[in-house]
Ligand binder design. Sequence first.
Ligand SMILES: [Zn+2]
Length: 159
Amino acid sequence: MKIVINGIHANLRFASAHMIPGHEFCGGIHGHSYHVDVVVEGERSGQFGFVVDFKAVKAIVRKLCKKLDHKVLLPLESDQITFTNMDESLEFSIGSKNYVLPNEDCCLLPITSTSAEELSRFFAHYVHQALEDLGVNIEGVEICVNEGIGQGAHYTFRT
Ligand SMILES: [Zn+2]
């Protein structure tokens, strides 16, 4: 059985800036109001016959949304971004473009790109791991990271 959480209605949102290096329109820094839809699949169990408590899933997703909210998202594993200083100021270059940003304004993520596709994969792994840490026996986590209303990327992590 599956439980489904709608990111807009459950307030699983974050507003962040990013760029897609090399992309004609998305190469410059710009922002999105993201929301995250979640599906958790598993067997019903316990006193209440839940797949998993909605509240537990929402708390996990919200924690990650909060980490990303109002930050410039930067992918640490991109082969197109060269980081030259990672102290108080974050200095990096993308091709001929040089950036200096306060570290506290940025969120560095262990992914290759901050595309909706990669963010979705990252969220799915994170939520899956967090549920496992709680001892929840699940079969899969499906995430859709939406870049605004009407467009998002789905990723399913199967146990
Ligand atoms: Zn974008």
